[in-house]
Design a protein around this ligand. Structure first.
Ligand code: ADP
Ligand code: MG
Length: 249
């Protein structure tokens, strides 16, 4: 799915005044591109994803997802969304959480993966009958990932999905996510404040300014995959992005 964002602005109105969150954001994202969005806390990253997912209406500007409005794209379940906490239903097993996502979002026009295949993809085959509260944070996020995959969505909006996990779990899950992206080829928007991770994952990194957020820098990451943190070209990119981010913090 290609995504076109033009002149997007959004301001929240609160009892204590107006909070401009985004100002004149324009971005062009290619089919199956993996874009990381990096920016200081409160710069509007989540707001941007919520606008794309049709959870908010923009106050100015334009969004097109393969030519559809966010409302149209969301209505046909072409948008997958994942945040820091997966919000699994506690009284359903892992298998039923995933099956339920498919049942309440039927996809007559598209083939969706079988639940058992999804469980295998995220390494939870042995935990299909487990209840969410018995799983570690990393396993709950795997289940959340399987639920996102279950919809067969064309775009994955990922709002710091692994930020609450320990470093090792986070690293292994990001590598798995990369593998799933290479298998399913969705367009990915990945919000993070982890600089190293953007260079490890993304085709392109978008650095946002502080609030009201706009696009400060875009950096294509041309390194071949699988990427190696110790490759000579890796750390200079991390440093360059750190400088760009620091200027915004
Ligand atoms: P980020 O995800 O980059 O940390 P957010 O998009 O969550 O930033 O928020 C951007 C700004 O908008 C922040 O100042 C935040 O307080 C404000 N904001 C976000 N959501 C709301 C809301 N529903 N009502 C009022 N202000 C909000
Ligand atoms: Mg956020």
């Amino acid at each position: 799915m290609t995504i076109t964002i033009e002149g997007l602005s959004h301001t929240f109105t609160t009892p204590t005044g107006r909070v401009p969150a985004l100002r004149d954001v324009s971005l062009q994202i290619r089919q199956a591109e993996f874009v990381a969005i990096l920016g200081p806390s409160g710069c509007g990253k989540s707001t941007l994803l919520r606008l794309l997912a049709n959870l908010l209406r923009p106050m100015a500007g334009h969004i097109a997802l393969d030519g559809l409005t966010p409302a149209q794209a969301a209505a046909t379940k072409r948008i997958g969304w994942m945040a820091q906490h997966p919000a699994l239903l506690p009284w359903y097993t892992v298998r039923d959480n995933i099956a339920l996502a498919q049942r309440i979002n039927p996809q007559p026009q598209r083939a969706v993966p079988a639940v058992d295949d999804l469980l295998a993809l995220v390494g939870l085959s042995d935990f299909a009958s487990a209840y969410p509260f018995t799983l570690s944070g990393g396993m709950q996020q795997r289940a959340g990932l399987a639920r996102t995959l279950a919809l067969g969505a064309d775009v994955w909006l990922m709002d710091e999905p692994f930020a609450a996990l320990d470093e090792l779990t986070r690293e292994s899950l990001t590598l798995e996510l990369l593998r799933l992206w290479q298998t399913f080829r969705p367009t990915v928007l990945w919000v993070t404040h982890h600089i190293q991770e953007t260079v490890r994952l993304a085709d392109r990194v978008v650095v946002m300014s502080r609030r009201p957020g706009h696009v400060h820098t875009e950096k294509a990451i041309g390194l071949p995959r699988p990427r190696d943190d110790t490759a000579p070209d890796f750390q200079p990119l991390v440093r360059e992005l750190r400088v760009a981010l620091a200027a915004q913090s």
